[in-house]
Design a protein around this ligand. Structure first.
Ligand SMILES: [Zn+2]
Length: 260
């Protein structure tokens, strides 16, 4: 068990006094409570154990308050710019692209550099977490450390300061990651929170309405999905859209494989 006198896992300088650090941004997890009555969320983990979500997404004494705040700046900035896709009022902020059955949207207002920091912060936090819920998710140590060093430079007390520094971000680790969601969010969500590394370089994360595939080896990205790889500094952020039926069968498969 970690203690408040331990050193922050991110900066490795200050004490990790922060309690209830979020491992996964709140906005990703909140959908799990929508459309259920009474409102509750159940997480299903690789171990087959089920538990109410609220507690397991938080961990004590892993970060200092400054690093925790830095993460929350990535989250606040990205959450609206991703989530407004569902809101007709903001449709001009997105491009919708169709290639046969394959579909995705681009977020015109979302800075891809900050989005990369957000994705790194999530996979990294889940990887360093000591929670049994995420025991099956682990990045290789050297890749984990590369993300830590990169993120540390962009932990800032305000969004303005983050933007003052973001132009220095001109190099990303040789990774690849994609994010997909159903065309329309399901309520109740028929999904869950879970994370597992499938092998040394493929890491998969279900965050209720989104699935993230993270590849610690860029060459190993899923064939045909290179177009929506967001691990770059030049494109708009792209979010893959799955037809509802494909999403449902994929989630069901995932749930049953975990419960096996
Ligand atoms: Zn820190």
């Amino acid at each position: 068990m970690r203690k408040p006198t331990d050193i922050c896992l991110l900066c490795q300088e200050k004490n990790s006094t922060k309690k209830k650090s979020h491992l996964i941004p709140k906005f990703f997890g909140k959908g799990i409570f929508e459309g259920t009555s009474p409102r509750h969320g159940v997480g299903i983990y690789k171990t087959g154990k089920r538990e109410r979500i609220q507690d397991t997404l938080k961990e004590n004494y892993i970060f200092c308050p400054d690093c925790e705040r830095g993460f929350s700046i990535f989250e606040t900035y990205c959450s609206f710019r991703l989530e407004r896709f569902n809101d007709y009022k903001y449709r001009s902020q997105y491009n919708r692209i169709k290639r046969g059955k394959f579909e995705y949207f681009e977020c015109k207002e979302l800075d891809i550099r900050i989005f990369n920091l957000l994705i790194y912060s999530i996979v990294w936090r889940v990887s360093v977490s000591e929670s049994y819920a995420f025991g099956a998710f682990k990045l290789p140590n050297n890749e984990e450390n590369a993300l830590r060093i990169l993120m540390k430079n962009y932990i800032k007390p305000t969004q303005t300061e983050l933007f003052d520094h973001i132009n220095k971000l001109d190099f990303l680790p040789n990774h690849s990651h994609i994010i997909i969601r159903p065309k329309k969010k399901l309520r109740p969500p028929n999904s869950m929170i879970s994370a597992a590394s499938l092998n040394e370089w493929v890491h998969e994360m279900h965050l209720v309405d989104y699935i993230i595939f993270y590849f610690t080896d860029k060459g190993k990205n899923a064939v045909g999905l290179e177009e929506i790889d967001n691990n770059n500094l030049d494109n708009l952020v792209r979010v893959g859209l799955l037809p509802i039926e494909d999403w449902k069968s994929y989630s069901n498969e995932m749930v049953s494989s975990i419960l096996k």
